[in-house]
Design a protein around this ligand. Structure first.
Ligand SMILES: [Zn+2]
Length: 423
């Protein structure tokens, strides 16, 4: 394992402290020391003599970004085309997307579903063994959905009415248990339940809560003893309430949260994470029609977006942890565009750049299950770091420019160093 002394940087440490000039010592996979400029001299002596010096040239050193709603196996295609993709091509595309995500400065990904059962699981093993570049990953399986729920793209006249799509269709608690147990057997870390429908699609609408209490509870019964974590696609207020009642930890979308749902989210705020996945919604509303999306789908996205702006400004004021992560992997919101979400948090949801970056780093580390050791630039934390040529607090959009990411480090290993920073 190598040691690095990263000098001449402004440090955004993820804690909420204003950025400060200083240097960071990385030893092995962790940060050994963070030193503000004034007292740097004494700490130089603490650096191992063989530490490689990286001159940050006045750039911003910050924690690696966390994508809270990742679909590494979504191939920049829409739903039916995802289902038709053979597994061989699909695995290669997934591996490629993982590299793209890390290239974009995202060193962690919380998967919001894999389009086939083992894509995330196999990818995660390759990443952890350092055989494939990619973010540290919590692996999910296909979304569990009920007949007529989001992702049930079957048609009655076709030979198999309830074939797996990019989701897995399950009806009734016994069936949900069977699917959840199968996913657990295959090695997922997470389960995803489509508790509400979705706007403008062939499934039930966004305001409809499609999964029953018994079905949600059946998934939780499988998850709890196996330490699987559970996320829910919850657009309707009823689906948010149901998810919280059964202990679902990650609430996606939540657009139509009413006052009761907001109260329930606030009451659970220390144990839950919310992510609007706004990038996908925004791009459907913005580009959908020009890219062949039915007008009613694009209109549904525009409606969701309008609700989002209001709902999420209220969540922010209530201290609920809201994370960027935008469902990237569709033609309208392709892989590589992840950091657009950060701009949308500022422009549409009213988060300050500081709040947005804390959500994308510090809160992301908590969501990844590593509070206090991931998403921070502090002594003892994991050395997942991003060196940015410029100040994302002054202009959050520079994080969308890969040319400005001059160093990406994960677990103390440099992934990409586009410039010769080492002296
Ligand atoms: Zn999604």
């Amino acid at each position: 394992m190598s040691a690095y002394r990263i000098t001449n940087v402004r440090i955004f440490d993820g804690t909420g402290r204003e950025p400060f000039a200083g240097e960071v010592l990385v030893d092995g996979p962790r940060i050994a020391a963070v030193t503000a400029s004034g007292d740097a001299r004494s700490r130089h002596d603490a650096a191992p003599p063989d530490a490689t010096v990286i001159d940050g040239r006045g750039g911003m050193l910050m924690p690696g970004l966390v994508e809270a709603h990742a679909h590494l196996s979504f191939p920049d295609l829409f739903a039916d085309a995802i289902t038709r993709l053979p597994v061989e091509e699909h695995m290669l595309i997934t591996v490629r997307n993982a590299r793209t995500m890390l290239d974009c400065g995202y060193t962690s990904a919380f998967s919001a579903a894999s389009a086939k059962t083992r894509l995330d699981v196999v990818l995660k093993r390759e990443i952890e063994a350092a055989r494939a570049p990619g973010p540290r990953l919590l692996a999910n399986g296909p979304e569990i959905t009920v007949t007529g729920g989001l992702g049930d793209t079957n048609a009655l006249h076709l030979p198999y009415d309830e074939a797996p799509t990019f989701c897995w269709i399950a009806n009734g608690p016994d069936d949900v248990r069977r699917v959840a147990r199968t996913l657990a057997r295959e090695g997922v870390d997470l389960l995803k339940l489509n508790i509400s429908g979705d706007g403008g699609t062939s499934s039930a609408g966004a305001d409809v809560t499609v999964m029953t209490d018994a079905e949600i509870e059946a998934a939780m019964e499988v998850a709890r003893p196996r330490n699987l974590r559970v996320a829910g696609h919850c657009r309707s207020a009823g689906s948010v309430m149901a998810a919280l009642a059964h202990g679902v930890e990650v609430i996606y979308h939540a657009n139509y949260s009413d006052e009761r749902a907001l109260d329930a989210l606030e009451a659970a705020r220390d144990r839950i994470f919310v992510a609007p996945a706004i990038g996908h919604t925004w791009s459907l509303a913005e580009y959908g029609v020009s890219m062949g999306i039915p007008a009613k789908r694009a209109q549904a996205a525009a409606d969701e977006l309008a609700y989002c702006a209001d709902t999420y400004s209220r969540m922010r004021k209530r201290g609920i942890r809201v994370l960027p992560g935008g469902d990237y992997g569709f033609p309208t919101s392709p892989h590589g565009a992840y950091a657009k979400d950060l701009e949308l948090f500022v422009d549409l949801l009213g988060f300050s750049p500081m709040e947005t970056l804390i959500a994308a780093t510090h809160h992301g580390g908590e969501m990844m299950g590593k509070p206090g050791e991931l998403g921070l630039v502090t002594a003892g934390a994991l050395a997942d770091l991003l060196l940015v040529d410029g100040d994302p607090l002054a202009d959050i959009t520079i994080l969308q420019d890969r040319a400005k990411l001059s160093m990406i480090m994960k677990d103390g290993a440099i992934h990409a160093a586009r410039r010769a920073h080492t002296a």
